[in-house]
Design a binder for this molecule. Structure first.
Ligand code: IPM
Ligand code: MG
Length: 351
């Protein structure tokens, strides 16, 4: 987070605007001390901000369902951040684990439904502790929730290469997934210019590895989108580079920007985490707030920094600290601001 904030502040300064930060210690540490991940009125406290920039949450000793259902997931839901937009791009200067993949060869966005689906609080446990113990967890797809995520994905595809891949599993899951397919077909009629490809999630996962170049926009339910958005960035060399935007597109509520990866407690506090995902998420935040030129400069600056042979973090084969590599990123962004002609890059962070 410090690297991200530093870079965003620098770019804001150069472009003549200010970012007013307020930090909250809402964390597993706070939970350990007070029994709450965030205060009871945490959502109300955030409601007046333009955006939330979130570090990774979770730590051993606090059950994941406590730390996540006590912070991240309520924020996504209460602020109706129904789009989780997760660009996946093969950046320069990083080695893909896949053969024959160079910079730019992988370039798609996972559009993940972010408020319902498999992440549902409907269900429960009966006969706990007996031989008849049973648990039920219901997947919830609403028409509102399904249609709006599909429309977002179609619109995004329209602004890119006009191919939309739908992640389904209607051969095995007999109610929700045929419904999903039905909604894809129905909404798709409004987008005759976008080619729709539909794959069952199992073979889609295989194609992410075997032919990742073909994808443009990939839309999926909450769980499918979650899984694909770890797999995709892994094929680009490190999940540490992956950003995400939890968007409330109507801007009724603040949106939230965070790296895709988890809290990685094994490396916490060691100053070796790759900050690219966090910085790129910051660029998406700038874009959401209307600072498109600054946003474009941040991503271009990341690419510029990576294209040189400067330091790297260990996840991508280097031995630099987060901080040292952060300096390189900052320099890349400053160089970009200095040298790039305004609007030299037509493409935006995720378009
Ligand atoms: C993500 C994460 C979260 C999710 C976890 C931490 C609850 O994996 O943002 O992808 O599943 O949404
Ligand atoms: Mg995930």
């Amino acid at each position: 987070m410090p690297v991200g904030m530093r870079i965003l502040d620098a770019v804001a300064h150069k472009r003549g605007f200010d970012i007013g930060w307020q930090s909250f210690d809402w964390s597993c540490e706070r939970y350990a001390n007070s029994g709450e991940m965030m205060p009871a009125d945490g959502i109300e406290q955030l409601a007046d901000f333009d955006a939330v920039y979130l570090g990774a949450v979770g730590y051993p000793g606090v059950p994941d369902q406590v730390s996540l259902w006590g912070l991240l997931i309520p924020i996504r839901r209460r602020f109706d951040q129904y789009v989780n937009l997760r660009p996946c791009r093969m950046l320069p200067g990083i080695q893909s684990p896949l053969a024959g993949i160079g910079a730019g060869d992988i370039d798609y966005c996972v559009v993940r439904e972010n408020t319902e689906g498999e992440y549902s609080s409907i269900g429960g446990r009966m006969f706990a502790g007996t031989d008849r113990e049973m648990v039920v967890q219901e997947t919830v797809l609403t028409r509102t929730g399904t249609d709006r995520i599909l429309r977002f994905a179609f619109e995004l595809a329209r602004s890119r290469r006009r191919v939309m891949t739908s992640a389904t599993k209607s051969n095995g899951i007999m109610h929700t997934m045929p419904y999903w397919d039905e909604r894809v077909a129905d909404i798709g009629r409004d987008y005759p210019d976008v080619r729709v490809e539909s794959y069952h999630i199992d073979i889609l996962a295989a194609h992410f590895v075997q032919r990742p170049k073909q994808f443009d926009v990939v839309v999926g339910s909450n769980l499918f989108g979650d899984i694909l958005s770890d797999l995709g960035p892994a094929t680009t060399g490190s999940i540490g580079v992956a950003p995400s935007a939890n968007l409330n597109p109507e801007k009724t509520y603040p949106s939230m920007f965070e790296p895709v990866h988890g809290s990685a407690p094994d490396i916490a506090g060691r100053n070796i985490a790759n900050p690219v995902g966090t910085v790129w998420a910051g660029a998406m935040m700038l874009e959401h707030l209307g600072q498109t030129e600054a946003a474009v400069a941040v991503l271009a600056g990341i690419e510029r920094a990576l294209a040189g042979d400067g330091p790297r973090t260990p996840d991508v084969g280097g031995d630099a600290s987060t901080e040292a590599f952060g300096d390189t990123l900052l320099q890349g962004v400053l160089d970009e601001l200095e040298h790039a002609a305004p609007n030299s890059r037509a493409s935006q962070n995720f378009r």
